[in-house]
Design a protein around this ligand. Structure first.
Ligand code: ZN
Length: 686
């Protein structure tokens, strides 16, 4: 591993933060913390931490010794000075004299000594940083170091590789006891450059930010060099079917089986979002004949338990044309996983002082031979974190098996971390949004009603895929909708383009729960004279595309078995024909009937179908010329034409979006049409 320290960059950090009144030591602490946090082989998603002992002025102007230590909720890769809250150092150090310190008292002492009472909670490893005397202290969960020490003889290997340069600390879960033990190990040999925490990770320290950081790089490099020696080839492949089903066929089945609750009667399941990976490393790992052994040992560092649970779900390889049988096998594997989790909980639930509540027993990582790896989580972000950690696990265990045999802490230690109140606090407890855990697609999403609906669905918590023909506008639209929104260019009237786009939605999120079929365009012509080509073109977009989108959606919803929601944008033309608007109104009438047919034929599967009939929206559906023409025909100005309804209120795309979001949540409403037009008695439903 190479040092990425740069004098120029370091000076730039010092200069930049000086303008904000941040001292040089803290500025350099931010710089090297980011260097560590920017490398996934060192630090992943909130793992790892760092500190600097420095001096700051309190309110009275007195200079005091403080420990600036990583705060909970900050990521090392993009940390700012505010992510390293200052804690009074002396009171922390004095705690070492205690025999025992409860977690609650430890957290209270840490918070009570913050200079800024509004700062985030200092890291759970704060006392370890405080009890070591060095100015800069760095901690990572380096994959190379873990591959070395996650072995039955990990301690011997570490002593051999580090030859006295590092202190060796036995496994103790983070907190007061570990902090005391680490300080004792250091004091036995105060010339060490860092500490190896068996089955956990590595600390390095130094007088300067650069020294502590470069020691980390050197020590990780020593582990890497050892991993290159005497390697044997690992993971002899298992026999796989000749043709394996693609991830997009497997994902909806897996997603349905791993829903946390599945209340098909209401169609409201508590689902998970998926994140799929299939790198060469992952494929060698999941295709190994001994997968059941090495993948079921446990987490590479106990902190990961929180995001991945202790063990992944292992499924059989899915044959391309045997998915029904695979579904049964997968259901059995999930049931066995859940049973194992219950047993594990029962075995250890008496360990904490206060009996904990059992967490949901569903997996967060699934391994599928021949296919790859899935991360699962409440949102795309969580699923991606689980997958990132699972990928690091693959790298660590591959290296560990190449030089020996992978081993980790026992399940009691994993339980202690999984059910540790301080770890659970890291995940946050905010209430979920109404459409959280659901995947929505919106067609015609680059502008107007489609874009407004995509935004509203994302605000309600759904993961959103935006489909549209206009690729550049779509990319910009997705950025507005949210960080995890996907732009998938697609012509909904082209069968292969649509099929590829639907595959894209499943590849991105693992399935589909809400399909908003919105794309449409208005054609005009007197029905007795209009040419067939115009009428057929309109039917392709305003009827058949709705049918194709709905049919794809139903296929995925049925594979998931967790219900779903189809939403159609039908116009007021579906109910109240406009003169010379037959080419537009006829397919829209058919689309209204289509909605009812889906409600009828698929209600038994928990799939709801509803429609919104909107009118006079500035959405791009009606061109500016069309609006002007209609206003002229009625002798009205454009503005008063647009607001020419019972409420005399112009209808916005956001009003239509709100109706779609309402229908997506209306668990007992199906075959309904909701009118959003400011009031038009001719277009109202009888
Ligand atoms: Zn750690």
């Amino acid at each position: 591993m190479k040092s990425r320290w740069s004098d120029a960059e370091a000076q730039a950090f010092v200069a930049r933060y000086a303008q904000q009144g941040v001292g040089e030591e803290l500025a350099l602490r931010v710089y090297t913390t980011r260097l560590l946090g920017g490398d996934p082989l060192l630090v992943l998603h909130g793992g790892g931490n760092s500190s600097v002992k420095t001096r700051q002025r309190d309110l009275l102007g007195d200079e005091i010794d403080v420990l600036c230590v990583k705060g909970s909720g900050w990521d090392m890769g993009d940390i700012e000075p505010a992510g390293l809250p200052a804690v009074r150092l002396r009171p922390l150090q004095r705690l070492r004299a205690l025999q025992r310190l409860s977690d609650e008292d430890m957290v209270n002492a840490q918070r009570g000594n913050l200079l800024d009472s509004a700062a985030p909670n200092p890291s759970v490893e704060t006392l370890l940083h405080a009890f070591l005397p060095q100015k800069f202290v760095d901690h990572t969960h380096s994959t190379a170091v873990l591959a070395l020490i996650d072995q039955p003889d990990g301690e011997t290997l570490a002593r051999d590789v580090y030859d006295g340069a590092m202190g060796i600390v036995p496994y103790i879960m983070p907190g007061f006891a570990l902090a005391k033990k680490a300080a004792e190990v250091f004091e036995q040999k105060p010339d060490v450059e860092g500490l190896i925490l068996l089955k956990h990770g590595i600390f390095t320290f130094g007088d300067s930010a650069r020294q502590a950081y470069e020691r980390m790089i050197q020590m990780v490099t020593r582990a890497e060099a050892r991993l290159q020696r005497g390697r044997r080839s690992v993971f002899a492949p298992a026999r796989l079917p000749n043709a394996v089903a693609p991830a997009t066929a497997v994902a909806p089945i897996l997603r349905g089986l791993c829903a946390i609750t599945n209340d098909r009667a209401t169609g409201f399941a508590k689902r998970q979002i998926l994140d799929f990976r299939a790198t060469p490393d992952i494929m060698a790992y999941v295709n190994g004949a001994e997968l059941q052994r090495y993948a079921q040992v446990g987490v590479v560092t106990p902190d990961h338990t929180l995001r991945t649970k202790n063990w992944p779900l292992i499924l059989p390889a899915p044959e391309a044309h045997g998915l029904e049988r695979w579904r049964e096998q997968a259901a059995e594997a999930v049931a066995a996983y859940v049973a194992r989790y219950h047993e594990y909980f029962e075995r250890h639930k008496a360990r904490p002082a206060r009996p904990p509540k059992e967490l949901d027993p569903l997996p967060r990582v699934a391994l599928v031979p021949g296919v790859g790896l899935f991360g699962l989580g409440a949102a795309k972000k969580d699923a991606a974190i689980a997958a990132d950690i699972a990928l690091n696990t693959v790298i660590t265990i591959t290296d560990a098996e190449a030089i020996g045999r992978y081993d980790c802490v026992g399940e009691a230690d994993m339980f202690d971390v999984e059910y540790w109140s301080l770890e659970q606090a890291k995940l946050g407890k905010s209430a979920e949004k109404p459409l959280a855990r659901q995947v929505a697609l919106v067609t015609g999403a680059a502008s107007g009603i489609g874009l407004a609906t995509a935004k509203a669905l994302a605000q309600a918590g759904a993961e959103v895929a935006l489909l549209d023909r206009d690729a550049p506008a779509l990319a910009a639209a997705a950025k507005v909708v949210g960080a995890t929104a996907r732009a998938i260019p697609c012509d909904v009237t082209d069968a292969s383009s649509l099929a590829a786009a639907i595959d894209g939605v499943v590849a991105a999120f693992g399935g589909l729960d809400i399909a908003v079929s919105n794309a449409g365009a208005a054609w005009q012509g007197r029905i007795g004279e209009v040419d067939d080509a115009t009428l057929r073109r309109s039917f392709e977009l305003n009827f058949f595309a709705h049918q194709s989108v709905a049919q794809h959606a139903v296929r995925i919803m049925r594979a998931q078995g967790t219900g779903g929601c189809l939403l159609f944008n039908v116009s007021k033309q579906a109910v109240n024909p406009g003169r010379d608007f037959g080419p537009y109104g006829l397919p829209k009438s058919a689309a209204l009937a289509l909605m009812k047919q889906y409600a009828l034929d698929h209600g038994g599967e928990g799939i709801r179908a509803n429609a919104v009939n909107a009118d006079r929206i500035r959405s791009g559906l009606l061109t500016a010329e069309m609006i002007a023409e209609r206003a002229r025909a009625r002798g009205l100005s454009e503005g008063s034409y647009m607001a020419g309804n019972l409420l005399r209120r112009e209808v916005a795309a956001e009003d239509v979006a709100a109706a779609f979001v309402f229908l997506a949540q209306a668990r007992t409403t199906t075959a309904a049409t909701l009118t959003v037009d400011g009031g038009n008695i001719e277009a109202s439903l009888r």
